[in-house]
Design a protein around this ligand. Sequence first.
Ligand code: FES
Ligand code: FE2
Length: 368
Amino acid sequence: MQAGMAAGGPANHGSNRPDLRRVACNPDYWYPLAQSRKLKRNKTLEVAFAGEPIVLVRTDSNKVFALEDRCAHRQFPLSKGLVCGEQIQCGYHAWRYDATGAITTIPYMVTGVRPPRHVRAYPCREAYGLVFVFPGDPALAEQTAFPELPWFESQDYKVMSFERDIACHYTFMHENLMDMNHQFLHRRLMGRVKPRLLSHGKGDGWVEAQFRFGDGGGKKHRGANWLTIGGSDDETNFEIMTIRTEYPYQTLKIAGIKTGSVPSLALWAAYVPTDRHERRSRSFGILLVKKPRMAFLLTLIWPVLRHFTESVFAEDRMAVEAEQRAYETQGGDWNQEIFPVTIELRDLLLARGIKPVDGDVRYTSTAP
Ligand code: FES
Ligand SMILES: [Fe+2]
């Protein structure tokens, strides 16, 4: 045994339990692959899902479609091509494709040659300022629930969007947010807040936990105070934080015990693997903050809130990337998890994800 390793070995050692960090994200869901504002009219955008290159196209009429980012001719990335009206033209030999991936024009097509196969088209939808793609079986796209953000359209909320790349498996992101016992990591920003698990539950495809924060003193960032993170010891008036993974998405809500179901803050997040081995993720977040009676106050403090959320995220990123590095160094998952909510969450991520298959290079290579 190496020095420093706990007795007993990796979490999945000696059992038939798959290694969660090798469980692939299930592609049969809708995933955000880009912020809408990054996909300009008559332009392309190169994105990826678990190593599959995908090109997003915004046409002249503002329609968005998604194709495999490889020309059928010589696999040249279509993202390097030109948008021509409602079609995309490969930048190499000028073959053209429509939104279904069918080849519409080959400028030098010779008679008697069998037309080549089309490229793969992905179901694609735009919502909440994000471009969503269904990377799995397209036959399942229509019947698969599209994420719902109930307060997104409400004038009562102000919206902050995030997109960040993180060098870790997507499961670390779910576990980080769900386990509020990690507030010690944020002690410089949050003060010494004391999280307390009030309740937790699980069901078909979801795990949820509710926390209350006691105020343990210490100096808090102004953003934490504004967002009412940090708690109150008043037994008649305190905030409850609800965190939920409803596979594959995650939400966080803060609502006062008195205001009930109307949150003062609501976060929706998705973690999308970008590389083939799923050791990198692109995290998309939408944060909704309830406007106070004097809404201009929120506008005034908005840069402070953004700085606060960026600072919190930087600490979380540091932690989850360190977890991924430890996983690589130790050659397995040596975590000794004791928090029941995290254990339930791990079971959910395992049940809904795609298990590693022996001999599948996707899970056995250590190359990035
Ligand atoms: S590689 Fe695209 S047209 Fe030749
Ligand atoms: Fe955190």
